[in-house]
Design a protein around this ligand. Structure first.
Ligand code: EPU
Length: 422
């Protein structure tokens, strides 16, 4: 079997301009949401990443007509031909977001059979809150050999989530927009992509109010038309590029982004001593004179995002002093730090807390990505390290970052992709 590696020659300063691709997690919710329309939907700014290609296959397997032009970042979905309510195990297990076909198929057909989702191994990822929402909407929910079988047209209701869940909030929204009657979601997630999905649904005739707050009100509509919609820029790609710029003591202008989505990270970089300036849809990150240590505690939006915890903790391995990183969302999201110990990082992990003693230098080593953001964090580690770092299991990075190494190389990094026999 052949596998791909990234070979990174470190200590190159990143300089210049780059731009951000369309949101992965937004696209992965908006594409299934298009199944709720009664006409074709054109989705713009869809990133060319592996997870999107899997979704294209799932849509076709359900009977939808799909045309995806990766070079144009354009997907056209005509859901009027959808005839199946069953997603295959082989497709669903490839990614987490396959759970959105539960809410979308339920909303469209009143029936869905969707295997429990796969996705990155970053700790336990139950979907009890999704089930709770479907049940509250009057749907029969049963387990059938590793899949969830949902039956019955949703009826509007009130749902109070026991915890804040992005996936659960979006799935409930998908199931409720065409329900009979009104639905109120409380303790809802406020992430930018929750708002993006609501905006998309509203653009095709749904009535979703309050997305971006913890209470979302949905008036069920029997009919949704087709339309054209542009996905927001990827918040986590933006953050990864910001951290890479800081890590290489560079000076990078990041275009096509939404600076207000980045406030939690921006505040932390400023606290570290990094210069961050923003203007309209642009963020500039410049090295200050020193990187100070930080305390980071991940939270739901607008708190510090768990998806940027891995990249920023890679950066903190070289900050001055001791940093403490507390991961509150997922239980197993420090594997990048364990890998970075091979590079000379000084880390102590106890439960959900990582204590990082800043070192003056990292050295290149062979390391292994075990999930998407772990891969991004190891690339950042490689950019900082003296010598050559090899990051294997690049497929994790390809699932969620569009042309990461090309973008970094255009800024002055030295990253080569090689294919090796395993
Ligand atoms: N949770 C439950 N029960 C549920 C749902 C969630 O206990 O029914 C728990 C989870 O175990 C976790 C917390 O609630 O501890 C938050 O989970 P959430 O449902 O918000 O996460 P998700 O929908 O599984 C999405 C993103 C993740 C991102 C999280 C948090 C997608 C496809 N995935 O996951 O993205 O980390 O929200 O923001 O949108 C990534 O892009 O690398 C990634 C992992």
């Amino acid at each position: 079997m052949t596998v791909q590696k990234l070979v990174i020659v470190g200590e190159k300063q990143l300089k210049g301009e780059t731009s951000v691709s369309g949101g992965k997690n937004s696209s992965l919710a908006i594409i299934p949401a298009a199944l709720l329309a009664d006409g074709p939907c054109t989705i713009e700014n869809v990133p060319d990443i592996q997870d999107i290609h899997v979704f294209e296959t799932i849509l076709r397997s359900l009977g939808a007509e799909v045309s995806y032009q990766p070079a144009e970042r354009l997907m056209v979905i005509d859901p009027r031909t959808v005839s199946s309510c069953t997603v295959s195990y082989d497709l669903a297990r490839q990614l987490r977001a396959s759970y959105y076909f539960m809410g979308a198929l339920l909303g469209r057909l009143g029936e869905a059979n969707v295997p429990l989702p796969g996705g990155c191994d970053i700790g336990a990822r139950p979907i009890d809150q999704h089930r709770k929402a479907f049940t509250a909407l009057g749907t029969q929910v049963s387990d059938t050999g590793g899949a969830l079988a949902l039956k019955g047209n949703p009826v509007g209701t009130r749902i109070n989530f026991d915890l804040v869940t992005v996936g659960g909030t979006i799935n409930a929204m998908l199931a409720a927009v065409r329900a009979k009657g009104n639905t109120v979601l409380s303790n809802a997630a406020r992430e930018p992509h929750v708002v993006d999905v609501a905006n998309f649904l509203n653009s095709i005739g749904a009535r979703v109010r309050g997305a971006g707050t913890d209470t979302i009100r949905i008036e069920g509509r029997g009919h949704l038309r087709g339309g054209i919609y542009t996905v927001i820029p990827d918040q986590i790609e933006t953050g990864t590029l910001m951290i890479a710029a800081a890590a290489t003591r560079g000076d990078v202008v990041i275009r096509d982004t939404i600076p207000t989505h980045m406030e939690a990270l921006t505040a932390k970089l400023l606290e570290m001593g990094v210069k961050v300036t923003t203007d309209d849809d642009v963020i500039r990150v410049q090295f200050g004179d020193i990187h100070r240590n930080l305390q980071i505690s991940t939270q739901e939006y607008p708190g510090f995002p768990t998806d940027l915890q891995q990249p920023i903790s890679a950066l903190l391995t070289r900050a001055k002093g001791t940093s403490v990183v507390t991961e509150n969302i997922f239980s197993n999201r420090f594997k990048h730090l364990q890998e970075m110990e091979r590079m000379g990082a000084l880390v102590r992990i106890s439960g959900n807390v990582a204590t990082i003693e800043g070192v003056t230098q990292l050295r290149g080593a062979q390391v292994s990505a075990s999930d998407l953001r772990c891969g991004a964090a190891l690339v950042i580690a490689g950019l900082m390290a003296r010598g050559t770092t090899e990051v294997d299991h690049v497929e994790y990075i390809d699932r969620g970052y569009e042309q990461l190494e090309e973008k970094l190389n255009a800024l002055g990094a030295d990253i080569t992709r090689t294919t090796v026999e395993e």
